[in-house]
Design a protein around this ligand. Structure first.
Ligand code: ZN
Length: 64
């Protein structure tokens, strides 16, 4: 599991989202429920919480 840092583009609330897949495949954004907005909002994928190998290797896919 990788812990991703997501930020709601509407209210700016940051949250951690654990996923077993590479969120960067979504192109840097994904829809997710925001507890502050109480609605599904577009979230920016800021990166991974840990600077681990899994996190770093996940970034290679989106350089192109
Ligand atoms: Zn929000």
């Amino acid at each position: 599991m990788t812990r991703w840092i997501l930020k709601c583009i509407v209210c700016g609330e940051e949250r951690i989202f654990e996923a077993a897949f590479n969120l960067r495949l979504f192109g840097g954004k994904m829809y997710l429920y925001c507890r502050k907005c109480k609605a599904n909002r577009e979230h920016l994928i800021l990166g991974c919480e840990e600077g681990g190998e899994e996190c770093l290797s996940a970034g290679v896919d989106v350089i192109d």
